[in-house]
Design a protein around this ligand. Structure first.
Ligand SMILES: [Fe+2]
Ligand SMILES: [Fe+2]
Length: 306
C-alpha cells in the first residue's frame, strides 16, 4: 500500500500543495508547509473549469461498456462524493468566519469556491452521462442518497453539522474550530476523500473507463491536497500554541475515526463474497488512509517520528 502513496507523489502539481501525505520526508516529520498566502497563490495558479471537460466517451462507457451490476457498485463512490461535496461546501462558511486571521479566512473563501465547483462537476457528470432519471441538482442529490451507508449520515449530518452549527453560534471558540478543522480537513478530506479518489481514479485508469471523469476527479484531488495542506498548517500552529488544542485534535480523531472508517466500506460489501473495485479490500483502503493520516500527524507534531 505504501507503493500507492508513493505513486501519487510523482505528480508535481500534487506535491506543490505541500500535503504531507505526498512527501516521504513527512515520515521524519519534515515538511515545509506552505503559508496561507502561498496556498492562496497556488489556488490562483491551479484553476480549472467543469465546463471544459468532455464526457462524450464517459456516456458511452457508462451505458455500453460497464455492466449493470458494476454500475450499481460504482454508485456508492459517486453518491458519497456528490453528496459529500455538497455537504462540505455548505458547512464551510462558519468555519471560515471563525478562523482567527485574515490570511486564513481568504484561503478558506477560495476553498468554498472549490467545493462549489466540485458539486457542479458531479452534477454535470450525472447530467451529461445520464446516470439518473432526475433532472435537477436537488433531485439528483435526493435520488443518489439511497446509495450511501448509515455512517455517512452520522459523520456529515451529525458530527460535522453539529460542530459547525455550534461554531456558527460561538465563532470565538478556537477549541471548537480546531475540532471542526480536524474533522473537515484531516478526516473527511484527508482520510476519506483522498483515499476514495485514489482507488477510484486508479481503477478507471486500469480499466480505461470514464476519461472525462478521471480528468476532473484528478483536478478535484489536487484541490483536496491543497485544502488538507491548509488544515495541516493550521493544526500545527494550534498544537504548538496550547496543549488544549492538541487534546482537541486527538479527541476528535478518536471520536470520528471509527465512523469515518465505516464510511469507506459500501453497505453491499460482504467479506469474502464481494469485491471492491479491482479486488481491493477494506483493509487496503484503511491502510492507505492511515498511512496518509500518520504522515500528516507527524508534521503537525502529534505522532511519533521514526
Ligand atoms: Fe471537495
Ligand atoms: Fe475540499
Amino acid at each position: 500500500m505504501i507503493d500507492h502513496v508513493i505513486q501519487r507523489t510523482e505528480r508535481e502539481d500534487f506535491r506543490a500543495t505541500s500535503d504531507p501525505a505526498l512527501l516521504e520526508s513527512a515520515d521524519r516529520g519534515e515538511v515545509n508547509l506552505l503559508s496561507y498566502e502561498q496556498l492562496y497563490k497556488l489556488w490562483e495558479r491551479q484553476q480549472w473549469a467543469t465546463q471544459d471537460l468532455d464526457f462524450t466517451r464517459d456516456r458511452i462507457d457508462w451505458h455500453e461498456r460497464i455492466p449493470e451490476d458494476e454500475r450499481f457498485q460504482r454508485m456508492y463512490g459517486l453518491s458519497s462524493f456528490f453528496i459529500g461535496e455538497q455537504r462540505v461546501a455548505e458547512e464551510l462558511g462558519p468555519i471560515m468566519r471563525a478562523a482567527p486571521t485574515g490570511d486564513m479566512r481568504i484561503f478558506l473563501c477560495t476553498q468554498i469556491a472549490d467545493e462549489a465547483r466540485h458539486v457542479r462537476f458531479f452534477n454535470r457528470f450525472y447530467d451529461e452521462v445520464g446516470v439518473l432519471e432526475s433532472a435537477t441538482l436537488q433531485a439528483r442529490l435526493a435520488e443518489t442518497s439511497q446509495h450511501v451507508n448509515p455512517q455517512f449520515d452520522v459523520l456529515f449530518d451529525g458530527m460535522l453539522k453539529g460542530r459547525v452549527d455550534r461554531l456558527a453560534r460561538n465563532p470565538d471558540d478556537l477549541e471548537l474550530l480546531v475540532e471542526a478543522i480536524t474533522l473537515y480537513h484531516m478526516v473527511i478530506e484527508g482520510m476519506l476523500a483522498l483515499t476514495g479518489q485514489h482507488f477510484i481514479i486508479e481503477y478507471n485508469e486500469e480499466q480505461g473507463t470514464l476519461p472525462g471523469f478521471v480528468e476532473g476527479f484528478n483536478n478535484i484531488a489536487r484541490d483536496e491536497h491543497r485544502h488538507v495542506a491548509f488544515g495541516a498548517r493550521f493544526l500545527r500552529e494550534m498544537a504548538e500554541e496550547d496543549s488544549r488544542y492538541r487534546d482537541a485534535i486527538q479527541r476528535t480523531l478518536v471520536e470520528c475515526g471509527p465512523v469515518a472508517d465505516g464510511v469507506l466500506t459500501p453497505k453491499w460489501y460482504v467479506e469474502g463474497e464481494t469485491k471492491l473495485f479491482g479486488g481491493v479490500t477494506p483493509d487496503e483502503t484503511r491502510a492507505f488512509a492511515m498511512k496518509c493520516l500518520e504522515r500528516r500527524l507527524k508534521v503537525i507534531g502529534l505522532a511519533p517520528v521514526v
